[in-house]
Design a protein around this ligand. Sequence first.
Ligand code: FAD
Length: 289
Amino acid sequence: MKVSELLKDNKVTISCELFPPKKGAQLENYKVIVGKIAELKPSYISCTYGATGGTSDYTVEIADTINSYGIPAIAHLTCVSSTKEKVHSVINELKERKIENILALRGDIPENADFPLPNQYHHAIELIREIKEAGDFCIGGACYPEGHPEAETMDADLDYLKEKVDAGCDYLTTQMFFDNNIYYRFLYKALAKGIDVPVTAGIMPVTNAAQVKRTISLTGNLVPAKFLSIVDRFGDNPDAMRQAGIAYATEQIIDLIANGVNHIHIYSMNKPDVAGAIMGNLSEIYVRE
Ligand code: FAD
């Protein structure tokens, strides 16, 4: 099923994200994780794709496993570190395995890389155009409520985002944010640019202190004082930090839904227990079918 069909509805959707194993890892162990997340009955599950190749080998396989549980799968696909031939072969494989949803991404530019090489991609929009030509896929794109770290201005970032949507994105998923006001302001700015596709709100449950530092350094996210107090108080106590992180993410989601945001994407990564605890907290708000 195409995710764009689900996002057309006024019903609340809650989706989860996981990442595939590294090359050489036990694929069967990862399929157990997929099964546990599938048991939570999220609206759909997405699987990331390593831009530098390390974790990209199994994305299609994991997406296929997600579909086998009767849950729509989104396969992420990055282009910046790949040749066009490689990207086209992955798109063909997705088509053959009847995976209908692709999140089309540029990927981060690898350090020390000669970029771009001949016959390489520069931006996600090139990939979006090629997927559009290659078949009847539902195409998603990434967006950044706080601006992409490389963008000169938020305004320029939004202009490029509008071009991506016009090129064929059926929906967008946001980078994680920890203050809902940032998302609300972003929606207004995007609408003012004429971006009117669904914008799924990306929520990252932060359940350990090290994750906070990593997240800030990767995304440049603003972290509200309320959140920092949680890390200060509970950062050294893993169980308490986990509980507080789950509560914080739950509260963010409830505030979003209460304010009319229907589509939530949990960066659950490979932690079915964390995703399960959040889903449990929302059991009367997100009624699973
Ligand atoms: P783009 O849309 O190409 O944008 C990148 C930068 O270029 C922005 O600053 C933008 O303003 C600018 N830009 C865009 N178009 C143009 C243009 N035509 N001309 C000039 N400048 C332009 N990474 C992974 O490796 N694997 C994953 O699975 C993965 N999943 C993700 C899922 C989500 C929901 C998000 C938000 C990010 C994900 N990422 C993933 C990270 C992502 O690959 C990086 O953030 C990357 O740096 C940008 O990707 P993009 O698709 O947004 O790129």
